[in-house]
Design a protein around this ligand. Structure first.
Ligand code: GSH
Length: 246
Protein backbone atom coordinates (compact mmCIF):
# COMPACT_ATOMS: atom_id res chain seq x y z
CA UNK A 1 0.00 0.00 0.00
CA UNK A 2 1.34 3.45 -0.89
CA UNK A 3 2.38 5.56 2.08
CA UNK A 4 -0.09 8.26 3.05
CA UNK A 5 1.31 11.67 2.15
CA UNK A 6 -0.20 14.48 4.15
CA UNK A 7 1.44 17.80 3.30
CA UNK A 8 2.00 20.12 6.26
CA UNK A 9 2.41 23.06 3.92
CA UNK A 10 0.90 24.19 0.65
CA UNK A 11 3.39 26.43 -1.18
CA UNK A 12 2.07 28.97 -3.68
CA UNK A 13 4.75 29.43 -6.32
CA UNK A 14 5.17 31.32 -9.59
CA UNK A 15 4.39 29.36 -12.76
CA UNK A 16 6.69 29.18 -15.77
CA UNK A 17 6.72 27.05 -18.89
CA UNK A 18 9.43 24.80 -17.39
CA UNK A 19 6.98 23.76 -14.63
CA UNK A 20 9.62 24.17 -11.93
CA UNK A 21 10.30 26.88 -9.40
CA UNK A 22 12.16 29.87 -10.83
CA UNK A 23 11.27 32.66 -8.42
CA UNK A 24 14.22 33.64 -6.19
CA UNK A 25 11.92 34.55 -3.29
CA UNK A 26 10.09 31.22 -3.51
CA UNK A 27 13.37 29.32 -3.81
CA UNK A 28 14.48 30.66 -0.42
CA UNK A 29 11.39 29.11 1.18
CA UNK A 30 11.60 25.92 -0.87
CA UNK A 31 15.21 25.46 0.27
CA UNK A 32 14.09 25.81 3.89
CA UNK A 33 11.26 23.31 3.41
CA UNK A 34 13.55 20.83 1.67
CA UNK A 35 16.35 21.24 4.22
CA UNK A 36 13.97 20.74 7.13
CA UNK A 37 12.21 17.81 5.41
CA UNK A 38 8.81 19.45 5.86
CA UNK A 39 6.23 17.68 3.63
CA UNK A 40 4.64 20.12 1.19
CA UNK A 41 2.87 20.38 -2.11
CA UNK A 42 3.02 23.20 -4.64
CA UNK A 43 0.37 25.27 -6.37
CA UNK A 44 1.83 27.22 -9.30
CA UNK A 45 0.13 30.52 -10.14
CA UNK A 46 0.50 32.49 -13.36
CA UNK A 47 1.46 36.16 -12.79
CA UNK A 48 -2.04 37.54 -13.56
CA UNK A 49 -3.65 35.00 -11.20
CA UNK A 50 -1.56 35.87 -8.11
CA UNK A 51 -3.64 38.80 -6.85
CA UNK A 52 -7.13 37.30 -7.42
CA UNK A 53 -6.09 33.94 -5.94
CA UNK A 54 -4.48 35.43 -2.83
CA UNK A 55 -7.41 37.81 -2.27
CA UNK A 56 -9.71 34.81 -2.57
CA UNK A 57 -7.72 33.05 0.17
CA UNK A 58 -8.46 35.99 2.47
CA UNK A 59 -4.97 37.53 2.48
CA UNK A 60 -4.97 41.27 3.00
CA UNK A 61 -2.34 43.89 2.28
CA UNK A 62 -0.94 46.08 5.05
CA UNK A 63 1.51 45.44 7.86
CA UNK A 64 2.81 41.90 8.40
CA UNK A 65 3.79 40.33 11.74
CA UNK A 66 7.44 40.90 10.72
CA UNK A 67 6.74 44.63 10.49
CA UNK A 68 7.00 44.79 6.69
CA UNK A 69 4.37 46.73 4.82
CA UNK A 70 2.86 44.88 1.88
CA UNK A 71 1.31 46.91 -0.87
CA UNK A 72 1.25 44.17 -3.49
CA UNK A 73 0.17 40.52 -3.62
CA UNK A 74 3.22 38.33 -4.17
CA UNK A 75 4.40 34.75 -3.89
CA UNK A 76 5.66 32.91 -1.94
CA UNK A 77 2.58 32.32 0.17
CA UNK A 78 2.18 29.27 2.36
CA UNK A 79 -0.81 27.60 3.90
CA UNK A 80 0.11 25.87 7.15
CA UNK A 81 -2.36 23.01 6.83
CA UNK A 82 -2.62 21.92 10.51
CA UNK A 83 -3.74 25.41 11.59
CA UNK A 84 -5.21 26.53 8.24
CA UNK A 85 -3.07 29.69 8.41
CA UNK A 86 -2.04 31.61 5.29
CA UNK A 87 1.19 33.61 5.33
CA UNK A 88 2.60 35.91 2.65
CA UNK A 89 6.16 37.22 2.18
CA UNK A 90 9.36 35.21 2.33
CA UNK A 91 10.73 36.89 5.48
CA UNK A 92 7.53 36.31 7.47
CA UNK A 93 7.26 32.76 6.13
CA UNK A 94 10.90 32.00 7.04
CA UNK A 95 10.30 33.24 10.61
CA UNK A 96 7.16 31.11 10.88
CA UNK A 97 8.92 27.98 9.57
CA UNK A 98 11.89 28.49 11.88
CA UNK A 99 9.72 28.82 14.97
CA UNK A 100 7.34 26.00 14.00
CA UNK A 101 9.96 23.56 12.68
CA UNK A 102 13.15 24.47 14.59
CA UNK A 103 15.06 21.28 13.82
CA UNK A 104 17.40 21.39 11.95
CA UNK A 105 17.92 25.07 12.67
CA UNK A 106 18.43 27.65 9.93
CA UNK A 107 19.96 30.84 11.35
CA UNK A 108 17.87 33.59 9.80
CA UNK A 109 20.13 36.55 10.51
CA UNK A 110 23.77 37.21 11.26
CA UNK A 111 25.90 40.30 10.88
CA UNK A 112 27.79 38.72 7.99
CA UNK A 113 24.58 37.48 6.39
CA UNK A 114 22.98 40.93 6.55
CA UNK A 115 26.05 42.52 4.98
CA UNK A 116 26.15 39.94 2.18
CA UNK A 117 22.41 40.21 1.57
CA UNK A 118 22.47 44.00 1.29
CA UNK A 119 25.58 44.15 -0.89
CA UNK A 120 24.52 41.28 -3.14
CA UNK A 121 21.13 42.91 -3.74
CA UNK A 122 22.82 46.16 -4.69
CA UNK A 123 25.50 44.76 -7.00
CA UNK A 124 24.55 41.28 -8.26
CA UNK A 125 20.90 42.36 -8.20
CA UNK A 126 21.68 45.24 -10.55
CA UNK A 127 23.41 43.02 -13.11
CA UNK A 128 20.76 40.30 -12.72
CA UNK A 129 17.82 42.57 -13.33
CA UNK A 130 19.39 43.92 -16.53
CA UNK A 131 20.13 40.43 -17.86
CA UNK A 132 17.19 38.48 -16.50
CA UNK A 133 14.15 40.73 -16.82
CA UNK A 134 14.00 40.71 -20.62
CA UNK A 135 14.88 37.00 -20.79
CA UNK A 136 12.22 36.05 -18.25
CA UNK A 137 9.64 36.57 -21.01
CA UNK A 138 11.06 33.47 -22.66
CA UNK A 139 9.84 31.15 -19.90
CA UNK A 140 6.38 32.66 -19.35
CA UNK A 141 3.06 31.65 -20.88
CA UNK A 142 1.52 34.18 -23.33
CA UNK A 143 -0.87 35.48 -20.59
CA UNK A 144 1.95 35.89 -18.09
CA UNK A 145 4.18 37.50 -20.74
CA UNK A 146 1.53 40.13 -21.41
CA UNK A 147 1.21 40.89 -17.67
CA UNK A 148 4.97 40.91 -17.07
CA UNK A 149 5.73 43.15 -20.04
CA UNK A 150 2.95 45.61 -19.19
CA UNK A 151 3.78 45.94 -15.47
CA UNK A 152 7.58 45.98 -15.85
CA UNK A 153 7.62 48.37 -18.80
CA UNK A 154 5.30 50.69 -16.85
CA UNK A 155 7.82 50.90 -14.03
CA UNK A 156 10.94 50.96 -16.24
CA UNK A 157 9.50 53.56 -18.58
CA UNK A 158 10.89 51.73 -21.63
CA UNK A 159 10.74 48.37 -23.40
CA UNK A 160 12.21 45.36 -21.67
CA UNK A 161 14.41 44.65 -24.68
CA UNK A 162 16.12 48.05 -24.23
CA UNK A 163 17.87 46.51 -21.19
CA UNK A 164 20.01 44.44 -23.56
CA UNK A 165 21.72 47.65 -24.69
CA UNK A 166 22.79 48.32 -21.09
CA UNK A 167 23.74 44.76 -20.20
CA UNK A 168 27.53 44.75 -20.68
CA UNK A 169 27.86 48.17 -19.13
CA UNK A 170 25.84 47.01 -16.08
CA UNK A 171 28.04 43.95 -15.55
CA UNK A 172 31.31 45.83 -15.93
CA UNK A 173 30.14 48.57 -13.56
CA UNK A 174 29.67 46.04 -10.74
CA UNK A 175 32.31 43.41 -11.59
CA UNK A 176 34.74 44.35 -8.80
CA UNK A 177 31.88 44.61 -6.29
CA UNK A 178 30.56 41.17 -7.25
CA UNK A 179 34.06 39.81 -6.62
CA UNK A 180 34.18 41.57 -3.21
CA UNK A 181 30.81 40.04 -2.16
CA UNK A 182 32.19 36.66 -3.28
CA UNK A 183 35.10 37.18 -0.89
CA UNK A 184 32.71 37.95 1.96
CA UNK A 185 30.79 34.77 1.12
CA UNK A 186 34.03 32.85 1.67
CA UNK A 187 34.76 34.35 5.11
CA UNK A 188 34.29 31.00 6.90
CA UNK A 189 35.61 28.84 4.08
CA UNK A 190 37.99 27.01 6.42
CA UNK A 191 35.04 25.68 8.47
CA UNK A 192 32.83 24.53 5.59
CA UNK A 193 31.18 25.49 2.30
CA UNK A 194 28.42 27.71 3.72
CA UNK A 195 28.48 31.40 4.63
CA UNK A 196 28.65 30.65 8.35
CA UNK A 197 30.82 27.55 7.87
CA UNK A 198 29.60 24.00 8.27
CA UNK A 199 25.82 24.45 8.16
CA UNK A 200 23.50 26.44 5.93
CA UNK A 201 21.85 29.66 7.01
CA UNK A 202 19.15 31.72 5.32
CA UNK A 203 21.87 33.70 3.53
CA UNK A 204 23.00 30.53 1.74
CA UNK A 205 19.41 29.93 0.65
CA UNK A 206 19.21 33.53 -0.56
CA UNK A 207 22.41 33.07 -2.64
CA UNK A 208 21.57 29.58 -3.95
CA UNK A 209 17.95 30.56 -4.65
CA UNK A 210 18.99 33.62 -6.63
CA UNK A 211 21.50 31.59 -8.65
CA UNK A 212 18.97 28.83 -9.32
CA UNK A 213 16.46 31.44 -10.43
CA UNK A 214 19.01 32.93 -12.84
CA UNK A 215 19.82 29.45 -14.11
CA UNK A 216 16.17 28.69 -14.85
CA UNK A 217 15.86 31.89 -16.86
CA UNK A 218 19.19 31.70 -18.69
CA UNK A 219 22.08 29.29 -18.12
CA UNK A 220 24.61 31.84 -19.43
CA UNK A 221 23.75 34.38 -16.73
CA UNK A 222 24.21 31.67 -14.09
CA UNK A 223 27.58 30.62 -15.58
CA UNK A 224 28.72 34.20 -15.77
CA UNK A 225 28.04 34.68 -12.04
CA UNK A 226 29.65 31.50 -10.77
CA UNK A 227 32.89 32.49 -12.50
CA UNK A 228 33.36 34.79 -9.50
CA UNK A 229 34.77 32.77 -6.58
CA UNK A 230 32.40 32.04 -3.70
CA UNK A 231 28.99 31.86 -5.42
CA UNK A 232 29.29 28.46 -7.08
CA UNK A 233 30.59 26.87 -3.87
CA UNK A 234 27.46 27.85 -1.92
CA UNK A 235 25.26 26.80 -4.84
CA UNK A 236 26.92 23.36 -4.99
CA UNK A 237 26.61 22.91 -1.23
CA UNK A 238 22.87 23.69 -1.43
CA UNK A 239 22.19 21.31 -4.34
CA UNK A 240 20.96 18.49 -2.03
CA UNK A 241 18.19 20.85 -0.87
CA UNK A 242 17.16 21.80 -4.39
CA UNK A 243 16.01 18.38 -5.50
CA UNK A 244 12.31 19.08 -5.01
CA UNK A 245 11.65 21.82 -7.55
CA UNK A 246 7.88 21.56 -8.01
N1 GSH B 1 8.69 40.70 -0.54
C1 GSH B 1 8.29 39.61 -1.30
C2 GSH B 1 8.65 39.77 -2.74
C3 GSH B 1 8.35 38.52 -3.52
C4 GSH B 1 8.17 38.82 -4.98
O1 GSH B 1 8.57 39.87 -5.51
N2 GSH B 1 7.51 37.87 -5.66
C5 GSH B 1 7.24 38.03 -7.08
C6 GSH B 1 7.65 36.75 -7.79
S1 GSH B 1 9.42 36.52 -7.70
C7 GSH B 1 5.74 38.20 -7.27
O2 GSH B 1 4.96 37.47 -6.70
N3 GSH B 1 5.34 39.18 -8.08
C8 GSH B 1 3.95 39.40 -8.37
C9 GSH B 1 3.74 40.49 -9.39
O3 GSH B 1 4.72 41.06 -9.89
O4 GSH B 1 2.56 40.75 -9.68
C10 GSH B 1 8.91 38.33 -0.70
O5 GSH B 1 10.13 38.28 -0.47
O6 GSH B 1 8.13 37.43 -0.46
Amino acid sequence: MAAQYEPEIVLYDLACTKNVCFSPAVWRIRLMLNYKHIPYRTIFLEFPDIEPTLKGLGLVLGESPSGNIYNKYTVPVIQHVPTNTYIMDSVTIAQFLESTYPDPPVPLTSELGLEIGAKARAVVGRAFSTSLMPRELGILSPRAQEYFRRTREESLGHRLEDLFDKEEEAWSAVGEDIRAVGELIQTHKADGPFVLGARPSYTDFFIAGSLQSARMVDERVFQRTIKYPGYGEVYEACLPYMEKKD
